[in-house]
Write a protein that binds this ligand. Structure first.
Ligand SMILES: Cc1ncc(COP(=O)(O)OP(=O)(O)O)c(N)n1
Ligand SMILES: Cc1ncsc1CCOP(=O)(O)O
Length: 517
């Protein structure tokens, strides 16, 4: 009988990464103790005799834990040690031939890069697919056109699911920082996840392979069970405006009730709005921090409740700090709010935003209509500098919903009317005041507010968290605009902060104007 196998955390070995004071078998032993569920011995230069000896030494370990051992490419080595199976690539022996030699009781996995390759491998009886290459890697030379990114992996996976029952992992540059993003992002439209991830260096090159495997295993479990994408997959609910408003008010009440334990909101933000965002965060009940240095992200990360990345005054010097902050946020599953300010104005901004969305993913995109159009590759809305101009989208609800589904995140679009969507439920928010458009940074303050509120519910109900932030700012603006001492934008700005400070969940609930879009 074919052995059962579990693809949750798939270790592909590389003896070139074994330190001088250890053996490959020791590393595999530690990695299995940390949570590796299946092992592939991959030797690219070993002679047949040495390959077989190494395979035997690993087999002792894997058998001890009941973990399957597969051999990369070499059917002869698999036969020699009676391994549990093989993993073959497109340029290796054909799957049909390998199956004929190994028989029905061995596991055969196959590498695929395209939908057609996946379909062919399934028709030929592959037991699982290794879909890649996800991200670039130093472990193996990969040509640029073989890089799929999570979006390309999702395409192949969705096609395979249409063909029939299938099991798969992805491989290439996957690590503890991006595993949740990769698994969330590659879920099919119906929410079916890959079964796990395959890694080489994330474990093989780790100082402590057991600890590295533990972190990876918990990240995979998080993606399968606790991330919002996993919950959405099991319960796509089309929600009423009343129920989301109630939930949003509840979020505000929770943040306001945290006596002293304010959420720490880390901002990698722009120089124009930094002070306003810090004050808005404080007024709303958060605790702002603006710590841009790459060197301090790891120290900060454990205590950060939410991260805002706002590229309004992006410079090359800021990029390493933003990357470090994103990696840390991902490791701790800290919600990330992206404000792609003026992304359409330059290739520099655009390519950094695409990098963020491809390599890390975010929990919320907060953008104006021009930025949403740029993200969708649509020319329906134009920008002047960082401002959106013209009448906006003919169907704004469809635009935000499409963007949300594409990036598996909440989308908040600000404008004359604001929209918020989780890809299933989309709402128009009619609160707000024209005076907001007369001061700089009012959109950025929405990003700050979303981050301040979302942290309590980021993995349960991020739609409510995002709505809370959006409406809090808009209702505060309505109050500020009619306050007696406001005579124009200059006096509006401090009154706006005052009103954020005075907000309560009751005020919000009674004044929210939110409708299904
Ligand atoms: C699980 C898994 N997926 C893909 C590969 C890559 O295999 P292949 O295309 O045969 O390339 P090499 O590993 O031979 O370089 C893999 N090994 N494992
Ligand atoms: C064997 C292989 N096949 C595609 S990418 C890759 C190497 C992945 O290595 P890492 O997990 O270190 O990026």
């Amino acid at each position: 009988m074919k052995p059962d196998f579990n693809l949750t955390l798939y270790l592909v070995t590389d003896s070139g990464m074994v330190p001088a004071d250890k053996t490959l078998a020791q590393i595999v032993d530690e990695a299995i103790q940390g949570g590796v569920t299946i092992v592939q011995l991959r030797e690219k230069t070993a002679d047949t005799g040495a390959f077989i000896a190494l395979a035997r030494s690993l087999q002792k370990v894997t058998k001890n834990y009941g973990v399957p051992l597969l051999i990369n490419d070499r059917i002869d080595v698999a036969l020699a040690i009676d391994a549990d199976g093989v993993h073959i690539g497109q340029d290796d022996m054909s799957l049909v031939e390998a199956r004929r030699i190994l028989g029905p009781n061995k596991i055969i996995g196959m590498s695929v890069q395209t939908a057609a390759e996946a379909e062919a491998a399934m028709c030929d009886g592959a037991d699982y697919l290794g879909i890649g290459v996800c991200f670039d890697t130093e472990t193996k030379q990969i040509s640029t056109d073989a890089l799929r990114g999570p979006a390309g992996v999702r395409q192949v996976w969705e096609h395979a699911l249409e063909v029939g029952p299938v099991r798969a992992v992805t491989i290439g540059g996957v690590n503890e920082y991006n595993a949740v993003h990769v698994l969330d992002y590659t879920r099919s439209a119906k929410g079916v996840p890959l079964e796990g991830v395959a890694v080489v260096s994330a474990i093989m090159a780790a100082e402590d392979p057991c600890a590295a495997a533990k972190v990876l295993r918990s990240q995979v479990s998080f993606a399968m069970e606790r991330s919002w994408a996993s919950k959405q997959a099991t319960a796509y609910v089309d929600r009423s405006a009343a129920s989301v408003c109630q939930a949003a008010a509840g979020v505000v009440a929770r943040v306001r009730a945290t006596d002293g334990a304010r959420p720490l909101v880390q901002h990698m933000t722009n120089a124009v709005v930094m002070n306003d965002c810090a004050n808005a965060c404080l007024a709303l009940g958060g605790s702002p921090i603006m710590a841009p240095a790459a060197e301090e992200q790891a120290d900060l990360a454990r205590n950060v409740s939410a991260l805002v990345v706002n590229i309004g005054t992006l410079t090359s010097a800021q990029i390493p700090g933003i990357r470090a902050a994103m990696r840390c946020a991902r490791l701790y599953n800290t919600p990330i709010v992206l404000d792609p300010v003026g992304m359409g104005i330059s290739t520099f901004r655009k390519s950094f935003v695409y990098e963020i969305l491809r390599d890390y993913g975010v929990h919320v995109i907060k953008a104006n209509a021009g930025e949403v159009a740029s993200l969708l590759g649509s020319d329906e809305v134009s920008m002047q500098g960082v401002d959106s101009i013209g009448a906006g989208f003919s169907d704004p609800a469809a635009a935000v919903s499409a963007l949300s589904r594409r990036h598996r995140c909440i989308v908040v679009m600000t404008g004359r009317a604001d929209y918020v969507s989780d890809g299933t439920s989309t709402f128009a928010v009619r609160n707000g005041h024209p005076m907001q458009a007369c001061i700089s940074g009012s959109g950025c303050m929405v990003g700050t507010a979303v981050a301040t509120f979302i942290q309590t519910v980021a993995h349960e109900d991020p739609l409510a968290g995002a709505l809370a932030g959006l409406v809090a700012v808009n209702v505060a603006a309505e109050h500020a605009a009619v306050s007696a001492d406001v005579r124009g934008p200059g006096t509006f700005r401090p009154a706006f902060i005052d009103e954020m400070h005075r907000l309560s969940d009751d005020i919000l609930l009674s004044e929210m104007r939110v409708e299904r879009a």
